[in-house]
Design a protein around this ligand. Sequence first.
Ligand code: PEP
Length: 259
Amino acid sequence: MRTPLVIGNWKMHGTLAEARALAGAIREMIRRPRGVQVVVCPPFTALAAVAEVLAGGPIQLGAQTCHHEPAGAHTGEISAPMLVDVGCRWVLVGHSERRKEIGESDEVISLKLRAALAHGLTPVLCVGETAEERRQGFTFTTVEGQLRAGLAGVAAGELGKVVIAYEPVWAIGTGVNATPGQAGEVHGYLRGLLSELASKEVAQAVRILYGGSVKGENVDALVAEAEIDGALVGGASLNAQGFVAIVRRAARAGAASKE
Ligand code: PEP
């Protein structure tokens, strides 16, 4: 039984005051989450402030990326141990915006993922095809390549500590989400690959989230799919009420689909 997981990716949004207010409102509304785990990933500048707001509560803190080295001459970068120090337990790796805008390669993403594991963070490995790749029939090839490369060098025994997020690039920030059927098909494929890379038991335990224009109105149908274990939410996570509605609906849909 995989507990549904909902992660809010705040991207490059928010002053300190806004981040505190958003985290505070979410915490206030989600005092005792039942049947769902909740994580928020503010920008680096707001991590310490949000950590204070969330301290002692059930909502956990994550970051949007990390550097693969623990320390050193890497101007502008933040390392996994620094994230742990500020209170993070999670980190996104390989988000498509970083692959595209920063040029993060699968090799670098794999280094980051292993650095996260080495320092006790849960990495959330993001994979997903572009619209063109889907049109040309390369969806499965693309996500398979990203999954295999991202997990390269991770011991089979460690694979169970990773979360995967399937985020079709064409669905991110566009308002056009993958249908539950489209997403479920890719999730099933990814779980099959995890089975091959680790074992059936590990593959059954790993949570695979869907991300891409998730909102209150579509999360139920997505999480109701047997292979979809929650959501990575961008735009809709910046509104406390909207995000909390997604969390509640994901919890209900997750529970119902496993009855
Ligand atoms: C994301 O950036 O991870 C994301 C899913 O964004 P949005 O929900 O805005 O599509």
